[in-house]
Design a protein around this ligand. Structure first.
Ligand SMILES: *[C@@H]1O[C@H](CO)[C@@H](O)[C@H](O)[C@H]1NC(C)=O
Ligand SMILES: *[C@@H]1O[C@H](CO)[C@@H](O)[C@H](O)[C@H]1NC(C)=O
Length: 346
């Protein structure tokens, strides 16, 4: 195609050159004709030259005709070429149409891709924002984690401290357990001893309960003087104040030991004396234990007291006797009293 066009351009330029040279020659000819009128003489001498020139011009024309024929041939060839090229051109146009269609499709695709890209950019931005947020979160989480790590370390120390404390406590508890078991053993021993003691106490209580209870006090009389006369008088302290165990008889005036044991007896007797004597005797089973005497001249109350601890067998009897020729005095004021009690049985 490009070759055909350049050929055409060449042909046209050649034709142009030919035409211009012909015109130049015609102008030159007309100028020469103007000059021939003025110089007719010179015309004859130049006739030969003119015919030569004509001949030359004819040759040139012939040559140009040949060239025209050649040009026509070339033109036809060019036209053929042109047709071929037109054909090609229409092909090209079709292909261009196809290409344009595809281009349009491509453009549409590009548009779509742009939209997609825009959407993706938006997504990307959103993702970037979320990433930034996540990173911020991550920083916070890192900080939190660091804080937690510190807390964890503190807690570990605390746990270690507590473990140590616990171990100390366990040791203490073990010690206490040992102490406790020792104390338990002691307690068991104490309990055994306590049980024994309780049994003993029970036995003692039983014994005490079983033991006889013996104690008495009795006033002589509330009727004034008591006189023995010519014989010794067994004194009967008839006014009972206390008589636990009923070992004293307010009818006979005798105390009779109900059990073997140690007893204590005492008495106080009174008389109103004026240069007189007062006497009193104590007997056990008819044998005298005491004989006391009092002499007073002031004419007021005189008292005579005494006491004895006696070991008695069951049935032993104790009584007070007023010797012959003496007297005693008593009334509601209990001046003369006989008392006795069991200290302990034997
Ligand atoms: C652990 O014990 C040590 C010494 O007994 C003390 O200085 C420290 O404060 C304790 N740590 C904690 C976390 O209780
Ligand atoms: C003497 O003893 C009797 C109990 O036998 C008593 O009732 C009385 O009040 C006693 N007399 C005096 C003055 O205490």
């Amino acid at each position: 195609m490009r070759a055909a066009i350049s050929l055409l351009v060449l042909l046209f330029s050649m034709c142009g050159a030919q035409t211009r040279s012909t015109q130049t020659e015609v102008q030159t000819e007309s100028q020469s004709t103007g000059a021939a009128a003025a110089a007719a003489a010179a015309e004859v001498s130049t006739q030969l030259d003119v015919s030569a020139e004509l001949k030359e011009l004819r040759d040139r024309v012939q040559k140009q005709e040949i060239m025209v024929v050649e040009l026509r041939v070339a033109l036809r060839y060019i036209q053929d070429e042109l047709k071929i090229m037109e054909g090609e051109n229409s092909d090209v146009k079709e292909r261009v149409v196809v290409s344009e269609t595809r281009l349009a499709v491509s453009e549409a695709e590009v548009m779509n891709l742009r939209k997609e890209t825009a959407a993706q950019s938006a997504d990307l931005r959103s993702v970037a924002e979320r990433l930034a947020a996540t990173e911020t979160d991550m920083e916070q989480v890192k900080k939190d984690t660091a804080a937690q790590h510190t807390d964890l370390t503190t807690m570990k120390t605390e746990v270690m401290n507590l473990t140590k404390e616990n171990e100390a406590i366990v040791t203490k508890v073990d010690d206490l357990k040992l102490e406790n078991s020792a104390q338990e053993a002691e307690l068991t021993a104490v309990k055994t001893r306590l049980a024994a003691t309780e049994t003993e106490v029970d036995n003692l209580e039983t014994e005490i309960k079983a033991a006889p209870k013996v104690a008495f006090s009795a006033g002589l009389t509330d009727l004034g003087y008591v006189e023995s006369g010519n014989t010794d008088l067994n004194l009967v302290f008839s006014r009972i104040i206390t008589n636990v165990g009923q070992a004293y008889s307010s009818r006979s005036g005798f105390f009779t030991a109900p059990v073997r044991g140690v007893y204590y007896f005492r008495f106080t007797v009174m008389d109103v004396l004026g240069s007189r004597y007062m006497q009193i005797r104590m007997f056990k089973n008819g044998q005298q234990l005491m004989w006391l005497s009092e002499h007073d001249t002031d004419g007021y109350n005189s008292y005579l007291s005494g006491g004895l601890t006696l070991q008695l067998e069951v049935g032993d009897a104790v009584n007070m006797v007023l010797p012959a020729g003496y007297r005693l005095y008593d009334n509601v004021n209990n001046h003369s009293i006989f008392s006795g009690f069991l200290v302990f049985p034997l």
